[in-house]
Design a protein around this ligand. Structure first.
Ligand code: B12
Length: 358
C-alpha cells in the first residue's frame, strides 16, 4: 500500500468495526465485506480497498459501460481487482474519471487525453471552464455541504459516532474530494474545536469528532493508489507540534492531486523526517505548524531538515501560525503555504515541471 498510516492496527480495527458489515460466517470466503452506505469496499483476502463500479458511475456521472471501455481501450484508469475479479477503484481513479468526463464534455477526444497525468487533466479542465473543476453538484439540499455539516454537528452533540460516520460517508459519495475536505471536514472540525474551546461541547464530543475524522481521512488516503512514478510527499508535524488534523488534511489534499503520500503522524524530529524523505526519494515535505507562534525549536528543526535533504526537496510549511516563522522559513529555503488550495496549486504545478507554482 502506498499510503503509510501512523497506527495501522488501530486504523484497521476502527475501519473494520465502523464501516464494514463483515459476515463472520464467511470469514474464509471470498469477498465477505459488504459496504455500508457505499463506503469503500475491502476484499479481506487481498486486503484491497476501493469503490465498486456502480459507486464510481454515480460519482462521476459516467455509465459503467463507458468506464469499462475507457479502461479497456485507452487504459484511462487501472483499477485493482478483487479475488473474484471485481474492479475496485481508488479516490484517485474517481478523480481522474471525473476530469476525463469533464474534458470530453468540453470537446476533447478521449483517445487524446486518456494518457495525460492527473495534474495535466486538471489544468486542461480548468482552462476550459475556470472555477468548475469537474465537481459534481449536490443533487438536493440535503447534499449541500452546509446541510451535511449541520447534521454531523447534530450527531456530535448526541455523541453518536455511527451517525457521524454515515454523514461523512454520505459526503464522500456526493462531493468531490476537495469539497469533501474543504467544505465539510474542515468546517466541522473547526466548529467542534471552537465549541469545545468555549465550553459548549464536552471533551468527549471533541475527541469523538477528531477520532472519527482521523480514521475517515485515513481511509480516504488508504484507498488512493497513485500512478507508478507519482512524486512522493512526506507529511508530518515537527517536534513539539501536537495538533495533527491540519497535517492529515494536507496529506489528503496532496493525495487528491495524485501524489504518493507518506503520512507519518505528528511530532517527528528533523532527522526522522530526513530519513523518511531519503528512503522514499521524496520530492516534497509538508509540515504543519499550529501552536505556538514563537517556538524556539522550529527554526533549528527547519534548518536541520534542509541540511539533511538538500536543496532538491520542496519544504512546504502551512498551518495556523506558520507565517509567524517567516524568517526561519526563508533561511531554510522553505515555502509558506497559505492554505490547502495553495498546497494543491503548488503540488499540481510541481508534478508537472513545466508549470511550477510557488
Ligand atoms: C483539538 C485541539 C487540540 C488537541 C490536538 C489533537 C490532535 N491530535 O490534533 C490537543 C488537546 C492535543 C491540543 C493541545 C493544545 N492546544 Co489545541 N486545539 C485544538 C482545536 C480545538 C482543534 C485543532 C484542529 O484540529 N483544528 C482543525 C484543523 C483542520 O485546523 P488547523 O490545524 O488550523 O489546520 C487548518 C489550517 O491551519 C491549514 N493547515 C494546517 N496545517 C497545514 C499544513 C499544510 C502543509 C497546509 C498547506 C495547510 C495546513 O489547513 C487546515 C484546514 O484549513 C483548536 C481550536 C480550533 N478551532 O482549531 C485548538 C487550538 C489550536 N489549541 C490551542 C492551544 C492553546 C493548545 C494547547 C497549548 C492547550 C494547552 N493549554 O495545553 C495545547 C498545545 C499543544 C502543543 N504543544 O502543540 C489554541 C492555539 C492558540 C494559538 N495561539 O494559536 C487553539 C486555537 C484553541 C484556542 N482557540 O485557543 N489542542
Amino acid at each position: 500500500m502506498d499510503f503509510v498510516f501512523a497506527h495501522p492496527l488501530l486504523f484497521e480495527a476502527l475501519f473494520n468495526s465502523c464501516l464494514l458489515n463483515v459476515d463472520s460466517r464467511s470469514a474464509l470466503g471470498r469477498l465477505s465485506a459488504r459496504p455500508v452506505s457505499r463506503s469503500p469496499t475491502t476484499d479481506l483476502k487481498t486486503e484491497l480497498t476501493g469503490f465498486a463500479i456502480r459507486v464510481v458511475a454515480r460519482r462521476t456521472g459516467l455509465s459503467p459501460h463507458v468506464i469499462r471501455v475507457w479502461e479497456r481501450r485507452y487504459s484511462a484508469v487501472q483499477p485493482q481487482r478483487t479475488e473474484t475479479n471485481r474492479r475496485l477503484y481508488s479516490e484517485a481513479d474517481i478523480e481522474r474519471l471525473r476530469l476525463l468526463s469533464a474534458a470530453t464534455h468540453a470537446g476533447h477526444s478521449i483517445g487524446q487525453i486518456a494518457q495525460l497525468e492527473t495534474g495535466q487533466l486538471q489544468d486542461l479542465v480548468h482552462q476550459d471552464a475556470p472555477g468548475e473543476l469537474s465537481t459534481p453538484q449536490p443533487q438536493s439540499d440535503d447534499d449541500e455541504p452546509a446541510a451535511i455539516v449541520a447534521r454531523a454537528l447534530g450527531a456530535v452533540h448526541q455523541l453518536d459516532g455511527e451517525s457521524l460516520e454515515k454523514e461523512l460517508a454520505h459526503a464522500g459519495i456526493r462531493l468531490s474530494r476537495i469539497r469533501l475536505l474543504e467544505e465539510v471536514v474542515v468546517p466541522l472540525i473547526c466548529q467542534v474545536g471552537e465549541a469545545w474551546h468555549q465550553g459548549s461541547l464536552r471533551i468527549a464530543e471533541e475527541h469523538l469528532t477528531s477520532a472519527t475524522i482521523r480514521s475517515f481521512v485515513g481511509r480516504l488516503l488508504a484507498s488512493d493508489r497513485p500512478n507508478a512514478g507519482a512524486p512522493t510527499i512526506i507529511v508530518t508535524t515537527p517536534t513539539g507540534q501536537s495538533h495533527e488534523i491540519g497535517a492529515l488534511l494536507a496529506a489528503a489534499s496532496a493525495s487528491a492531486c495524485g501524489w504518493k503520500v507518506v503520512y507519518l503522524g505528528p511530532q517527528l524530529p528533523a532527522e526522522e523526517i530526513c530519513a523518511a524523505a531519503l528512503r522514499h526519494s521524496a520530492r516534497a515535505i509538508g509540515l504543519s505548524v499550529v501552536y505556538p507562534e514563537n517556538d524556539p525549536l522550529i527554526p533549528g528543526e527547519l534548518e536541520l531538515i534542509r541540511q539533511g535533504v538538500g536543496v532538491g526537496v520542496d519544504m512546504l510549511v502551512g498551518g495556523r501560525v506558520a507565517a509567524a516563522y517567516g524568517n526561519a522559513l526563508q533561511e531554510a529555503g522553505a515555502i509558506l503555504v497559505q492554505d490547502l488550495a495553495h498546497l494543491r496549486r503548488h503540488l499540481t504545478g510541481a508534478s508537472n515541471p513545466n508549470q511550477r507554482v510557488a
